[in-house]
Design a protein around this ligand. Structure first.
Ligand SMILES: Cc1ncc(COP(=O)(O)O)c(C=O)c1O
Length: 408
């Protein structure tokens, strides 16, 4: 099928492909789960690692805190927050656990999530509710999604005077959907409910201004769409919460170089570790800024849209959300026919996914969500229309073997 618009012309993007180590014979369509870094980012990380290895005393006592501050300032500019409101953590999961440790719950309290939240996030809050006697309440969203107001209304209907926190994705995992988090946070503020936004997919994929968003907590991973090194997450806390923050790992709680104390101290030294991944985050931001962040978004959305139109045409199954960059960015989840394997289950274990890898060297997640089966296609700057075509050709060949036929 010929490309439909100029954003689908692969030629201007071809030279960028060599920035990534992904082997030529692998079609990597899962940047959304684990996003590899371009060469400049890997080199930057290595340089910081070498600086640490060369003279660890000098690095930890005289360079580390200044460089970390510089990295946080760059990240802060990118996400619309001050460096004083951010800390690096390993990943969004770590950040979510820190937030969970701040919230005092007791019997009768409620925690509200939507039914699109990430499985591990759901589990963190479910366990906390079980231990404290609080209730986990799930806002059930309409399916298919057609109007952002319906999402806001479903959340609104689930909040009560007993809600202690609302946890909501910025961009969802299984359904790859952009949520109207501005409106949701505004609604929660009016009701006096603190919000924690789960944002690992949003960083770079969609515009983010934490100052304007007005959430209480925001957790994210930079190793997804920003393509920073693995193990780079951050936690944002509105100033009103930083005074009583509890780290999940306790250490000295103070500056190594004797700086005045501040809330971030509890997180920035959690025992000795290699922080070179955090210090390479500015290079990941600069890499995308040099290309043009809007160009990145436009190109990768065009590829996701191309995947949508081709896979819809193959399966005859319509996508559950409108075809617009307001609803999805660089990643799209597409319904596929049900599996013919009665034991299929779990995350990332569908036999179709295994066959696509073993037979075709295509990495793409195939999974079940709320009794429906999906394939989720992630598009980054190393992705080409040929990668999507390869996926569609392979699906055409293998999907029938791993799916119920229309008569079943
Ligand atoms: C919506 C959402 N939240 C949280 C996470 C956890 O991210 P990490 O594994 O980087 O902590 C993911 C990972 O895919 C996710 O999609």
């Amino acid at each position: 099928m010929p490309p439909q618009n100029e954003l689908l012309d692969d030629t201007p993007w071809q030279s960028l492909r060599e920035q990534w180590l992904v082997p030529e014979d692998v079609t990597y369509l899962n940047h959304g789960s684990f996003g590899p870094s371009p060469r400049v980012v890997r080199e930057s990380r290595q340089q910081w690692c070498d600086a640490l290895e060369r003279e660890p005393m000098d690095f930890f006592l005289r360079q580390y805190e200044t460089e970390l501050e510089r990295a946080l300032e760059k990240l802060g500019k990118f996400v619309g927050a001050s460096a004083r409101e951010l800390v690096f953590v390993d990943n969004a999961t770590f950040g979510m656990n820190v937030v969970a440790a701040q919230i005092e719950l007791s019997a009768g309290d409620e925690v509200v999530l939507t039914d699109h939240e990430y499985g591990a996030v759901f589990r963190i809050w479910r366990d906390l509710c079980q231990a404290s006697g609080a209730e986990l309440k799930v806002a059930r969203l309409p399916f298919p999604l057609t109007d952002p107001n319906e999402i806001v209304e479903a959340v609104q209907d689930t909040l009560t005077d007993r809600t202690k926190i609302l946890v909501v994705s910025h961009v969802t995992s299984a359904t790859a959907t952009n949520f109207p988090v501005e409106d949701i946070c505004q609604l929660a503020r009016k009701r006096g409910v603190p919000t924690c936004v789960d944002g690992p997919h949003a960083i770079a994929m969609v515009p983010l201004n934490l100052r304007e968003l007005g959430c209480d907590y925001y957790v994210a991973s930079c190793h997804k769409w920003l393509s920073a090194p693995f193990g780079t997450g951050f936690l944002y806390m509105a100033k009103r919460h930083t005074q009583k923050v509890l780290p999940v790992v306790r250490s000295w709680g103070g500056s190594l170089s004797g700086q005045p104390s501040r809330w971030q101290d509890e997180f920035q030294w959690i025992g000795t570790r290699d922080p070179s991944n955090f210090l390479a985050v500015p290079t990941a931001i600069e890499f995308l800024e040099d290309i043009g962040i809007q160009k990145f978004r436009d190109r990768t959305h065009a590829l996701a849209e191309y995947a949508r139109s081709r896979i819809e045409a193959l399966t005859g199954l319509p996508t559950f959300l409108p075809n617009s960059s307001e609803w999805y960015g660089s990643m799209i989840s597409l319904p596929i026919p049900p599996s013919n394997d009665p034991d299929v289950g779990g995350v990332l274990r569908d036999p179709l996914q295994t066959a696509l890898w073993e037979r075709e060297r295509i990495e793409v997640p195939v999974f079940h969500w709320h009794e429906r089966r999906f394939i989720r296609v992630s598009c980054h700057l190393y992705t080409s229309t040929k990668d999507i075509d390869r996926l569609v050709d392979s699906l055409q060949q293998h999907l029938p073997e791993f799916s119920k036929s229309a008569e079943e």
